[in-house]
Design a protein around this ligand. Structure first.
Ligand code: SF4
Length: 356
């Protein structure tokens, strides 16, 4: 919302104008200013909501007799600016705009109403079942659009290793909402190529909220002072550098979007688009994608590839636990090679890891 000293150039109409005339004027207007002649007059809010609902995407400015208590309602109805005049108390408007965190009715801004958030907290299984039903037969983009729909009320984050196939999921997310939080577990053990790729790919896709999550410095000094725990106890190392930091990073997040696919490990067979995992919804848009389809997507979208894929690395994690594989070999054979371990633990949960 913009708090304006004076109105910009644009088409100006009183809120008493009939809807069909407002719609006709809006058709060619980049900026439409609705003028309120009394703060008790609700017609301006209705006009704004209907215009937005019917597809008006230009600027919509409120001018005239509006008061700070109406700030949030103006925004939720579809206005993106209010003319306050010179010397107005902008902070009073900002305060009122942020005064309430809950909404009771779904409107133009698609914020989740409070009953939806309560349903999510009380019956997450029902939400997961419903999402699986509603997206049945849909593709990755349909699954992501359902998960990222603000009306659903989820607070989502993408979990990405910025590894060999990560660009596919991230490109799909960026199409829908490049401001979606992306969590990268910066274990301190990544290849330099991965760090460079993370930066380049984020810029290329326009991702605006990539969060680098590091192990706790105190825990690292206590449990792995020489950075060699991976040799003696890889499960404990993953717990220190991935599982614990991720738990901290996901505070307040209720849906985690992953790039997991059925074909990757036996544990992932039968993977569904939405699942419930340790109290959070887990979203797997690529659950049924084959390796061939992923590679075709790279080509079709002209996505940059992780530099190590050219050297035979096809599943890329921390450098001590990642190797190149031969052509035709299973990509996951390059992870924790020679050990029974196949997962780092972030997809298994702390109980499955059985570490202290
Ligand atoms: S993948 Fe290897 S180095 Fe990375 S956290 Fe796990 S055990 Fe440690």
């Amino acid at each position: 919302m913009q708090w304006l000293e004076r109105a910009p150039e644009g088409v100006r109409l009183p809120v008493t104008t009939p809807l069909d005339e407002v719609e006709t004027a809006a058709r060619d207007a980049g900026v439409l200013i609705l003028e309120f002649d009394a703060f008790r007059d609700g017609r301006g809010f209705s006009l704004a909501a209907v215009l937005r609902e019917r597809g008006y995407r230009g600027r919509l400015i409120a001018d005239g007799r509006v008061i700070p208590d109406q700030a949030r309602h103006l925004r939720r109805s579809g206005f993106d600016g209010v003319v306050l005049g010179a010397g107005a108390d902008v902070n009073a408007w900002r305060r009122m705009d942020a005064a309430f965190s809950a909404t009771y009715q779904p409107v133009e801004d698609r914020a989740a109403p409070i009953w939806r958030r309560r349903e999510l907290a009380r019956k997450p299984e029902a939400i997961v079942d419903r999402l699986n039903r509603e997206t049945r037969g849909g593709d990755a983009e349909d699954i992501l659009r359902a998960a990222l729909d603000p009306a659903l009320g989820l607070k989502p984050a993408v979990l990405s290793s910025f590894g060999a196939e990560a660009a596919v999921l991230l490109s799909l997310v960026a199409r829908i909402d490049p401001s979606t939080p992306v969590v990268f577990l910066d274990t301190g053990m990544h290849f330099l190529q991965t760090l460079a790729y993370r930066k380049a790919l984020s810029e290329r896709l326009g991702l605006t909220d990539v969060r680098l999550v590091t192990p706790d410095a105190g825990e690292r000094a206590d449990l792995d002072p020489r950075d060699d725990l991976w040799r003696a106890d890889p499960d404990a190392c993953c717990d220190l550098r991935k599982v614990r930091p991720l738990e901290r990073a996901l505070a307040g997040i209720d849906a985690v979007i992953t790039g997991r696919k059925e074909h990757q490990t036996p544990d992932r067979l039968g993977l569904r688009p939405f699942e419930l995992f340790e109290g959070r919804i887990r979203v797997n848009p690529l659950h049924d994608w084959s390796e061939e389809r992923l590679q075709a997507w790279f080509d079709a979208e002209d996505l940059p590839r992780h530099p190590l894929t050219a050297q035979g690395y096809r599943s890329i994690g921390c450098w001590p636990c990642t190797e190149a594989v031969e052509v035709g070999e299973d990509a996951r054979l390059g992870r924790w090679s020679g050990a029974a371990k196949t997962e780092c633990g972030i997809h298994l949960g702390r109980r499955a890891l059985a570490v202290g």
